[in-house]
Write a protein that binds this ligand. Structure first.
Ligand code: C5P
Length: 321
């Protein structure tokens, strides 16, 4: 492939973070991963991935947390672009810019979201013949959490978490996301889970509680809040000992449910409205049990092209954010 690029040729993709309303962890498999049954919900905290022409593969990260992320091989978005390029025999490179808002190592699949966004943006820019399913299959080779941000909404994840089925959900849920000043490494949390469960082996096929799936279809926050479950809770709390204090504060202040997102340390509190979210968020920061809070809603759609000025005359109106 060889194109003539104008300087304004670019594609921008907006990609959501996720929280896990259920994270039921089973036994460790031969490949080192744990068998999971998880219920994902995409929420309105986003990273933007912008791509433009370059001879080389280049990745730039912008935002307050940029210094936590390298530009090369350790960056999942960079690896995603390289994988797509190799799989589809693309000759040119690409310049990736990640505008980062999703917390790094926060349990919200920020790195996976960036990889998902990079797959979609690069596939558009290079005009490769890849369906969403193709991109999700490529994504699962990069990490268990990469396919979900492409799909968005609510979905059950089985296997390593990458085998997705859309889940029925009613209404919009309001969350307060309490970000921590610390970070947790997902492999370390799973390792601690193994240590803690050493004498009580987890099930080989974990299941999401039926009552949670039912509650989700009613949209009743009280019912959903009461059923939130994360089997990594103890492991995350033992590595980040201030987490129980944060959770207790939110519960005492009247949220309908609280859960550590993924391997943590971000905590998600379920409330009824934007006003309640703002109020709770302010209280949590003023009590100094959260470094920063966000109000987010879910479910939201998966990775979306919000700006498309490509070569080959594919000019489209930007979709409002
Ligand atoms: O797939 P991903 O690279 O995001 O996973 C990060 C790490 O989390 C894995 O290397 C593994 O240690 C742990 N993990 C796991 N079981 C899963 C998903 C992740 O043990 N189902």
């Amino acid at each position: 492939m060889s194109h003539t690029f104008a300087t304004e040729d670019q594609v921008r993709v907006r990609v959501p973070a996720k929280i896990n309303l259920a994270l039921c962890v089973g036994a460790q498999r031969h490949d080192g991963y744990h068998e999971l049954a998880t219920l994902f919900q995409a929420v309105s905290l986003y990273d933007d991935i912008t791509v433009r022409a370059s001879e080389e593969l280049v990745c730039e990260v912008r935002g307050e947390q940029a210094h936590h992320i390298g530009p090369g091989d350790e960056n999942l978005a960079y690896r995603a672009a390289r994988l797509l390029k190799n799989e589809y025999g693309v000759s040119e490179g690409i310049h990736l810019t990640i505008d980062k808002q999703i917390p790094v190592a926060g349990g919200m699949a920020g790195g996976s979201a960036d990889a998902a966004g990079a797959l979609l943006a690069c596939s558009r820019f290079w005009d490769v013949d890849a369906s969403l399913e193709d991109l999700m299959a490529l994504g699962s080779r990069l990490g268990a959490d990469v396919p979900f941000p492409l799909m968005g909404g609510c979905a059950v994840g089985l296997g390593r978490g990458e085998t997705l089925t859309p889940a029925l959900s009613r209404g919009t849920f309001h969350w307060v996301l309490a970000l921590s000043s610390t970070q947790l490494s997902t492999p370390e949390v799973f390792q601690r889970f193994d240590e803690l469960t050493g004498h009580h082996p987890p099930p080989t096929t974990p299941e999401i509680p039926r009552e949670l799936m039912m509650a989700l279809t009613t949209g009743e926050t009280k019912r959903v809040g009461a059923q939130l479950i994360n089997d990594l809770h103890e492991a995350s709390c033992s590595l980040a000992p201030t987490l129980p204090t944060t959770i207790r504060a939110g519960v005492e202040l009247g949220c309908h449910g609280a859960i550590i997102s993924g391997s943590g340390p971000t905590v998600a509190f379920l409330v009824d409205s934007e006003q309640e979210a703002q109020h709770l968020g302010e209280l949590l920061t003023s009590l100094e049990v959260a470094q920063r809070t966000y109000h987010a809603v879910g479910p939201v759609p998966g990775a979306t092209v919000i700006d498309d000025h490509r070569p080959h005359g594919h000019l489209m109106d930007p979709v409002p954010a």
